[in-house]
Design a protein around this ligand. Structure first.
Ligand SMILES: Cc1ncc(COP(=O)(O)O)c(C=O)c1O
Length: 486
């Protein structure tokens, strides 16, 4: 294991991020107080203590009521919500060119596009195989309206897009009807950063583009003047931990008119009549914000953005990149005493065009897979929070783990008896394949010691077998396989 000075010698840019160590000691003190190694930033970011303090002070000093009325409490809430909306647009450099629609989370933002996009008979919905299930789910709306659904493949082992296939798929656009391409700016499975110039390339060929930025924006700047998708979805808790329950759909103003809501609700109409059974939708974002907005939490989004701005997203990116570089390097070097590799990493093993999400499986000396559920349990006992499963990204997972269509058909045949255990057992019998993996991900409060603690944990698996580490004792069947999250 490298000492800190050896690590810094290899990653000199880390020294430009030392401000984050000060913040770790003050704003994220709870981590070290609890000796907690948090490695699930792709699942959820962590909030800094001052964000919560500022929000509490606001809540305790302001009288905020249901927005969009003329009372002082209502006007106060409305003005905070609108200030926050402007702050969101400013942060992403979309003032005057984009509309920010507040949603529950990234999934709800994606669903707004899914249900409102004018798919029709013969429309094309083009998805990358590497996508979160919240994007995969668009296909159900598209299919119901007669659209054709196509997946553009990723390559093994890089888990990057196959550019030739993407090029030819983009040429399949049906010129007479609307067509939608949806892809993640950064994979929540492999950390791969997909090329953002695909946005313009697709638009030039007449596609509308939905960019899933949920896993990208916590450690990267998204400048909407440089990359201008028609639609962008994200969750704020992934960026700065707090608040949960607020996400955003950013819509390019020129594309807003093409979205047609399939229903109306309180808050989305300027006029509705029961006798006439008619309604007139509200213009702009209001037509997409169903019911009462989360007006207490939304102001905390502005506080979170300001916190990130004070640090500088580039500083966070640099730190995550340095730590990821080292993590990858050390994991790849880990060997059992017989020389066999301990770890298999899915996706890129260098930091070029990849973020701080690293997905892997561990193998014993004989090359047999170690049960990731047991490893999660062992990590937990050491105060390490990581994530296991397929991370709601079946496309990347199936390819990375070598699961075939036949394997998936066999799994589907398990029917309602399907559980993680039965799925894993089935895949074991089909060539000792893994039905999931371990994911660690880094973020704003990650430091050298976090990576040391994880590498020590991983190193302790050297020369271990399933027999020696034991079997998983908790039952996570109810929340995995089919409902596996984030
Ligand atoms: C790439 C990506 N897209 C979408 C989502 C869905 O986000 P949410 O659960 O906040 O709706 C996630 C969550 O992990 C994600 O990583």
């Amino acid at each position: 294991m490298k000492t800190f000075s050896e690590f810094v010698q290899l990653n000199p840019d880390y020294l430009k991020t030392l401000l984050l160590d000060d913040l770790r000691a003050t704003d994220f003190a709870r981590l070290d107080e609890k000796k907690h190694v948090y490695l699930d930033y792709t699942g959820a970011g962590l909030h800094a203590a001052p964000q919560v303090r500022e929000h509490t002070e606001y809540l305790n000093s302001d009288v905020a009521g249901n927005p969009h009325s003329a009372s002082p409490s209502s006007m106060s809430a409305t003005s905070r919500v609108e200030r926050t909306r402007n702050a969101v647009l400013k942060y992403f450099n979309g003032t005057n060119t984009y509309t920010a629609i507040f949603t529950l989370n990234a999934s709800a933002a994606i669903k707004l596009v899914a249900e409102s996009f004018p798919f029709e008979d013969g429309s094309q919905l083009l998805l990358t195989a590497d996508n979160h299930n919240s994007i995969n789910g668009i296909r159900e709306f598209a299919r119901a309206k007669g659209a054709d659904i196509k997946y553009s493949p990723i390559n093994i082992p890089s888990l990057r897009l196959d550019h030739d296939s993407m090029d030819s798929n983009l040429n399949l656009r049906n010129e007479t009807v609307p067509n939608l391409l949806a892809f993640p700016a950064q994979s929540n499975f492999s950390g791969v950063k997909h090329p953002l110039d695909l946005v313009q390339a697709a638009q030039d060929k007449g596609w509308s583009v939905l960019l899933d930025a949920a896993a990208f924006v916590p450690t990267n700047r998204l400048d909407l003047q440089t990359v201008s998708p028609d639609f962008v979805a994200l969750s704020f808790y992934k960026m700065f931990g707090y608040p949960t329950g607020v996400g955003c759909l950013l819509v390019r103003n020129s594309s807003l008119g093409m979205l047609k809501r399939p229903w109306f609700s309180g808050g989305t109409v300027n006029f509705a009549t029961v006798q006439g059974q008619m309604h007139v939708m509200s213009p702009g974002e209001a037509g997409f914000e169903d019911g009462t907005l989360n007006f207490h939490s939304i102001p905390a989004v502005g506080m979170g953005l300001a916190y990130i701005e004070r640090i500088g997203i580039e500083v966070i990116q640099t730190r995550v990149q340095c730590l990821t570089n080292w993590l990858l390097h050390e994991l790849l070097e880990m060997r059992h005493s017989n020389g066999r590799a301990l770890v298999r990493i899915y996706g890129p093993t260098s930091t070029a065009q990849r973020g701080g999400t690293v997905t892997m499986n561990f193998y014993d000396m004989a090359g047999h897979l170690l049960d990731y559920r047991r490893l999660e349990e062992l990590a937990g006992a050491e105060g390490i929070s990581l994530r296991t499963g397929c991370f709601c990204n079946p496309g990347a997972g199936e390819l990375a783990e070598g699961l075939t269509l036949e394997d998936m058909r066999a799994a589907a045949a398990l029917g309602s008896s399907a559980s993680l255990s039965s799925f894993m057992k089935l895949m074991e019998t089909r060539g000792e394949k893994s039905a999931g993996a371990i994911r660690v991900s880094l973020g704003v409060a990650s430091n050298y010691s976090d990576v040391v603690r994880f590498l020590e944990f991983a190193g302790n698996l050297r020369d271990q077998t399933s027999l020696s580490i034991g079997v998983a004792t908790f039952d996570i069947d109810s929340c995995r396989v089919i409902r596996d999250g984030s």
